[in-house]
Design a protein around this ligand. Sequence first.
Ligand code: 2HA
Ligand code: ZN
Length: 270
Amino acid sequence: MKDILTAPFMVEMIRTTTEMYRHGWDERNGGNVSLLLEEKDVAEYLDLNKVLRTEPVGFKAPELAGKYFLVTGTGKYFKNIQYAPDVNLGLLRITSDGDKAEILWGYSDGGRFTSEFPAHMMSHIARLSADSENHVVMHCHPANLLAMTYVHSLDEKAFTRTLWQMCTECIVVFPDGVNVLPWMLCGTNEIGEATAEKMNTARLVVWSQHGIYGAGKDLDETFGLIETAEKAAEIYMKIAHLPLVNTITDEQLHLLEGRFGVKARDGYLN
Ligand code: 2HA
Ligand code: ZN
């Protein structure tokens, strides 16, 4: 059996969460990440029959039965993941009835997966039905996206169009736009269901006055998605209080669609 700390999925998870911390997106215990793994990859590093303990998940996700996830721990600091991955991360498998998680590795101080597990698992289900290659759900608290939810309309079309207008690359990186939830109590099945519903039509979901969810095929793509939206929000927060002299027009956004072979969300461009 190979050392799991050398597994590419583990190395990439540690690098990505460390970089998220360095970007200031994950203060204290803020943020959480779940990475869907292939059984054959896990089997190289762990005895799949050796379950350390079983934890209830508080909802039913039969769609995910038998699936493996590497997930950040509840109350854990991203700052510390690189120094103690086995304490701050866990690897689990969803049971056949979809209402429990079998811990196979990690959470070695007796901890559990993130308090936002419902939003993660329900979002995986939604994204997998839109794109069978989706492996990542990522949540964090980037300052400019958060700031924007205090001063910008929360209308999804308006919010998306503003971000597209802030950097040329935005429409190329997230042509499906950004969906937005109003402030809701976090850590609940309700916000999980609402997030997953929003994930049906976009890979980015803003939680107003809280943070953002992103989904993608791998950690790099998902990190890059949030990074790009956050950069656009940063530009917005630099210019929102100044007279606007120039912008990226809808005609130019259409040119980008053609040049990069992407299709903007229906009805979002004039
Ligand atoms: O504490 O970010 O949304 C982790 C969170 C909760
Ligand atoms: Zn959060």
